[in-house]
Design a protein around this ligand. Structure first.
Ligand code: 4AD
Ligand code: MG
Length: 478
């Protein structure tokens, strides 16, 4: 067996002297031909490996370069040096993989995040990305743990669909027809009957509609999978491929939905604080260092960890859309014409408006409910006022919209009326409408954008830095 190693995270937690310890990892630095800082990805803390002078051949020592992969066996001893409690006195060192220092693009110094995006295949080997992706892992694990503990069923909804769940038309087509010469029907239109699925298909924008089918049998389900949006938004908050968590619950109204969403967000943040404190402390410091470069009024009032603890310990603010618009209209920002986009009842709030509400006015996460029906999807439940729907968005400081959800329209006539108004053909969604015919129930659900959640928890500011290989307009490298 080759892999008889101890992970560095475990090694640095040991406080007794120990013989015959084997570690494997990638060299971060090699100082004075003697001290190797070794990292294996289990933690940002490097293990100090000491290659005693005279014990190893020069030819071997020359190959201990940044990012070379090595295997070390030796004795774990108390360290006399500063910065670590223990170190590994090497007895044998094997080079598993060389790394040419002339060519290797990552030097042991600070690189810009923009540069690291260009070498996203290597950026996991930096402290920042090590921490971000370990936190991302924990959050994903906590998502499953939360729903599993509450008896939700994990439903795998399809990636390829023939429907546009959000009705926003932002879909990537899936087709095997020849692009240069597609078959045409009698009217000269592309004939999708000839296509692989016998109809036009696309990558899913949301698993919600299928999720509702599950909820109306299992009671409570959630999805957690990739979703795709061909919206041409080149912002620090949008990806063309992102991961979404979508719980859907029978016998839930809008308030139950909000309560669940708030509990859920707090639970996964708490999980990360409990399991990733070392990484979060590193990211906390990283953010503090970044913000030192900003003018004082642009800096956050709380550190990253203070912010996370604050969110976990305090209730989210809950307001209606109408109240939100009133707050904006009465704000000094509006009166001093500081908003780029106009404010009036009926607008789809822009991120500047959302950020004003959370960052300036309430200074905490805000749940906004009961939006005008014109700016929301066809499936949202109509309120009695005839103007609004039982929608809810959760807005987070520094992020803006992090959750979108609603109580669903369970009344068939009202649902089909809304679909007709929005030109959504009933034939395409016959299966969806069946749930309203056979034992329809009040139900609700929401979608949490996973990368926006990871942004919030890690304090990173660009969504491209919290997903391994970002897909954005004009960019699909790796
Ligand atoms: O608000 P959205 O479009 O809602 C839905 O898709 C519903 N079907 C969800 C549901 O009720 N089951 O998207 C939900 C969330 C947003 O709040 C945002 O966090 C995230 O998904 N999101 C994106 N994240 C990254 N890049 C994009 N292009 C995103 N679009 C939406
Ligand atoms: Mg939304």
């Amino acid at each position: 067996m080759f892999n008889k190693r101890i992970k560095i995270k475990e090694v640095i937690g040991l406080d007794q002297e120990l013989n015959d310890v084997t570690v494997m990892g990638w060299v971060r630095t090699f100082r004075n031909n003697q001290f190797i800082a070794l990292n294996d990805g289990s933690t940002n803390t490097n293990l100090q490996v000491v290659a005693e002078l005279g014990l190893f051949e020069d030819t071997l020592l020359k190959r201990i370069t940044t990012s070379a992969a090595i295997k070390v066996t030796g004795k774990l001893v108390k360290s006399l040096g500063k910065g670590q409690n223990i170190e590994l006195k090497a007895v044998s060192i094997d080079i598993l993989g060389d790394s040419d220092p002339e060519q290797y693009p990552l030097q042991p110094k600070k690189h810009s995040l923009e540069f690291l995006r260009e070498i996203a295949h290597l950026r996991f080997r930096t402290n920042t990305f090590g921490s971000v992706f370990r936190v991302r892992h924990s959050l994903a694990f906590a998502v499953h743990k939360f729903f599993h503990e509450r008896g939700f069923l994990y439903l795998h909804t399809p990636i390829i669909t023939a429907s546009d769940a959000e009705g926003a038309g932002e879909m990537f087509r899936v087709s095997t027809l020849p692009l240069d010469n597609p078959p045409k029907d009698a009217n000269g239109n592309i004939d999708f009957k000839e296509d692989f699925f016998g109809k036009a298909t696309n990558l899913t924008v949301s698993g919600q509609l299928e999720g509702e089918l599950g909820a109306t049998a299992f009671g409570e389900i959630y999805t957690f999978g990739p979703t795709f949006r061909a919206e041409n938004s080149n912002t620090a908050r949008h990806l063309a491929e992102f991961w979404m968590i979508e719980p859907e619950m029978a016998f839930h109204d809008l308030e139950d939905n909000m309560n669940l969403a708030e509990d859920f967000i707090k639970y996964i943040i708490r999980f990360a604080i409990e399991h990733n404190l070392e990484d979060l402390s590193f990211l906390d410091q990283r953010l503090a260092d970044e913000e030192k470069l900003l003018p004082t009024d642009k800096r956050s009032e709380m550190s990253l960890l203070e912010k996370l603890n604050f969110v976990v310990d305090n209730d989210f603010e809950r307001i209606t859309y109408t109240e939100a618009i009133d707050i904006l209209l009465n704000s000094s920002a509006y009166k001093k014409k500081k908003f780029q986009y106009d404010v009036k009842w009926g607008i789809d709030m822009q991120s500047e408006h959302e950020r004003y509400l959370v960052e300036k006015h309430f200074k905490k996460p805000v749940i906004v409910t009961n939006y005008p029906k014109e700016i929301k999807a066809f499936y949202m439940r109509q309120n009695d006022d005839g103007k609004t729907v039982a929608a809810m968005d959760i807005l987070a400081p520094g992020i803006g919209e992090i959750v979108g959800g609603s109580q669903r329209e369970e009344r068939l006539p009202l649902l089909t009326q809304r679909m007709a108004e929005m030109n959504i053909p009933e034939e395409e969604l016959w299966w969806y409408l069946d749930t309203r015919k056979y034992g329809t129930v009040p139900h609700a659900g929401f979608g949490l954008g996973f990368e926006r959640m990871v942004l919030f928890v890690t304090g990173m500011t660009n969504i491209r830095d919290v997903i391994a290989f970002p897909r954005t307009p004009k960019s699909a490298e790796f």
